[in-house]
Design a protein around this ligand. Sequence first.
Ligand code: NI
Length: 167
Amino acid sequence: MLYLTNNSYQLVPFFLPLYPIFQRLETVYITRREHFNAAHKLWREEWSDEKNEEVFGKCSNKNWHGHNFELFVTVKGEPNPETGFVINLKDLSVIIKELVIEQLDHKNLNLDVPFLKGMLASTENLAIEIWKIIDAPIREAGGQLCKIKLVETENNYVEYFGGKEPF
Ligand code: NI
């Protein structure tokens, strides 16, 4: 027993450089959900009708189709000692609504949305573009954007972590 105790003491200096990591226990992840619906089609002009249908399936329908999208924006940070908030959810909601939802809701993603011009209107690409739009405004509001989750159907959703590994 004494032998083991001595050994564990010897390990302490080795772990000391990791101590700052354990100080960040107050980090909280907070998520705001917003909703929009939009039409799109997945289609490459240079491909034949058959190949478009083979690759994109129902999403290649020539006369468009729509989805009810659910957008989840996750922000991390430490609660402000005065407010208890990581970020004011009202501020977060305004950022998402004004910069993203306004541009997408009831729109045709292929035709009506400037930031998707020339791009395949896939849920993946949409999540990346949404990140680019709201990352800086969220930082200015005191939070750190860490995840975009975009739900296309009840069976399909994508998650984007700003190009970083999530964990
Ligand atoms: Ni679709």
